[in-house]
Design a protein around this ligand. Structure first.
Ligand SMILES: Nc1ncnc2c1ncn2[C@@H]1O[C@H](COP(=O)(O)OP(=O)(O)OP(=O)(O)O)[C@@H](O)[C@H]1O
Ligand SMILES: [Mg+2]
Length: 176
């Protein structure tokens, strides 16, 4: 029997998951948060979070932070643009650039000086900060699907691809 040919690209089922309810978003995000943070030892990691209003970007970041032991409240950076979090030796910079009128405004936040190893940038509405954000290692695309959400993950770097493997493993472990 010949093996199916799978040399080019990936099939959609390899990087797309259906998250039936908010608790599934939380479970998956918690399960893969630690390994995302570990990636940043080699250099900063940038995650672009895509999806319409209410698609689940903030929920994902909140679950990642809480799942990795952050004890405090995680609020949406809608008005502050940036909320920084210390999680053990890591720093998570949660950005929401929806209200950014010009990428140049990011300079005022001093983002450039914060981007270092052990730092993970999670940016909602990253296209509004184009040119002022590091290029993404990963893109997480959330969309509405029935009562739940669909998550599609694209990896653009070697660390990003390694993490995508982890997500596959963890998602199947928790039955997603
Ligand atoms: N898998 C899921 N199925 C159904 N609802 C979900 C799921 N995951 C999260 N939600 C819900 O969807 C909403 C997502 O809101 P959230 O603030 O995370 O969206 P957002 O993408 O950050 O929007 P914005 O662009 O306005 O910042 C929350 O009410 C959350 O409970
Ligand atoms: Mg949000």
């Amino acid at each position: 029997m010949a093996w199916p040919e799978r040399t080019i690209g990936m099939s959609e089922t390899d990087n797309t998951w259906f998250l039936p309810g908010p608790e599934d978003t939380d479970r998956l995000a918690s399960a893969v948060a630690g390994s995302l943070m570990e990636l940043s030892r080699e250099g900063p990691i940038c995650v672009a979070l895509q999806g319409e209003l209410g698609a689940g970007k903030t929920s994902w970041v909140r679950a990642m932070l809480q799942g990795s032991g952050y004890p405090g409240r995680v609020v949406s950076p809608t008005y502050t643009l940036l909320e920084p979090y210390s999680v053990g030796e890591f720093t998570v910079l949660h950005l929401d650039l929806y209200r950014l009128s010009d990428p140049g405004e990011l300079e005022f936040l001093g983002l450039e000086d914060m981007v270092a190893p052990l730092t993970i940038i999670c940016a909602e509405w990253p296209e509004r900060g184009e040119g002022a954000l590091p290029s993404p290692d990963l893109e997480l695309r959330f969309s509405y699907k029935g009562e739940g959400r669909q998550l599609r993950i694209l990896a653009f770097s070697e660390p990003g691809r390694r993490w995508l493997e982890t997500v596959r493993l963890q998602a199947s472990k928790i039955g997603l």
